[in-house]
Ligand binder design. Structure first.
Ligand SMILES: [Fe+2]
Length: 372
């Protein structure tokens, strides 16, 4: 067994009704609640804020999918004006990712752009308490030190990692996912699946991430179709919430690989949701990586009860069809003439180097063309 490190400093509270514990968990007296417009309008943000017992609350409810650097700066200004010392990111990956950067920038001068992308400044330690509360089962952002931000001026979407991004608390309450629409349950659930399988085949995998990933892969294959088709099935929802946070812990140790690298241009340029942009290449990449990791992938097939990698890939395709996800890039509006651009952008993502088979311009183009 090779040497490895494992580091996960976030306190995880996993319980139905966990938001009722917020009053005991918060440590400050001035709260910034960050969410999308929908969670503000439907009252969930206010309900969660009320549970903290903090009376000094400001809301930033303009978080968009693929949060922009400009949105992060706007929320940071609000937080600084109000001397915020507790930040809650409530929602999917976008709200939680944005909350991580904002919580750090409150006590770091300047804009996100000074630290991210071409910025040359290092973040100083975060002082504000950071609590992440997922309302989808998929992103795992509540247990990672990574945020993904899009610079609207350049159109570049990039992940950013910081030791100060680990939330202090990840509060996972499966009850918050019961009202998720079917298509979001489907796409976010498959996002979690790609986290688990990419962590498993990543060149950075370790025995702990492997154990977590195997558990997640099995749990999602057993539960995602039920969670999509029977949204009030409490057990399936709880299992998906557990799979999502467990996949997050797994890939927090390993990072993701080529699937996530390719997802960036598919979301930015073709408007696909993150989960769909990941799952659409999942079957093809599963076959692609197999030769680089034969023994390990065969071990996984054996545990899951598949005779061959082809049978497993067939099952992935049928799950995606059963839960209503597209399986061909043309269904996202991608044309053959777009493939060079997708390859160019994907090859720039550092994550691609964690794939166990060397990804080249040529083999990536061929892979993408095969699922056009
Ligand atoms: Fe993801």
């Amino acid at each position: 067994m090779n040497k490895f490190n494992y580091y996960m400093p976030t306190k995880l509270v996993f319980e139905d009704g966990a938001i009722q514990q917020l009053g005991e968990l918060v440590t400050g007296d001035s709260l910034l609640m960050m969410c999308d417009p929908f969670l503000y309008k439907n009252g969930m943000a206010e309900e969660v804020a009320k549970q903290t017992g903090i009376s000094n609350v400001v809301y930033f409810h303009e978080i968009e999918p693929n949060p922009s650097c400009q949105t992060v700066d706007k929320a940071t200004a609000l937080a600084r004006e109000n001397n915020v010392n507790v930040v809650i990111g409530l929602g999917g990956g976008s709200a939680m990712d944005a909350s991580k950067m904002v919580a750090c920038l409150i006590d770091n001068d300047g804009s996100i752009l000074d630290y991210y992308s071409s910025g040359d400044r290092e973040l100083e330690p975060r002082k504000a308490q950071l609590i992440c509360i997922p309302t989808t089962a998929g992103t795992g952002s509540e247990v990672t030190n990574i945020g993904v931000y899009t610079n609207k001026d350049t159109g570049i979407k990039m992940p950013f990692a910081s030791p100060y991004f680990w939330p202090d608390i990840a509060l996972v309450d499966a009850g918050l996912t019961h009202t998720l629409p079917a298509h979001i349950t489907a796409s976010t659930g498959m996002d979690a699946f790609t986290h688990a399988i990419e962590a498993y085949w990543s060149v950075n995998a370790n025995p702990i991430s492997d154990a977590l990933s195997i558990s997640v892969i099995r749990t999602i294959l057993d539960n995602i179709e039920t969670a999509v088709k029977d949204p009030t099935n409490v057990e399936a929802r709880k299992n998906m919430a557990f799979a999502s946070v467990t996949a997050g812990i797994s890939f927090s140790q390993t990072k993701t690989t080529a699937i996530h690298a390719v997802s960036f241009p598919l979301t930015v340029d073709f408007g696909a949701s993150h989960g769909l942009a990941c799952s659409i290449t999942l079957p093809a990449f599963t076959k692609f990586v197999y030769p680089g990791n034969v023994d390990k992938m065969d071990y996984l097939m054996n545990i899951l009860g598949y005779d061959s990698i082809d049978a497993f890939v067939e099952r992935l395709r049928s799950v995606m069809t059963n839960i209503g996800l597209q399986t061909q890039l043309s269904e996202l509006g991608v044309k053959e003439t777009d493939l060079d651009h997708i390859v160019d952008v994907s090859m720039k993502a550092a994550l691609i180097n964690f794939t166990p088979v060397k990804v080249t311009r040529e083999n990536l183009y061929t892979l993408l063309k095969s699922i056009l």
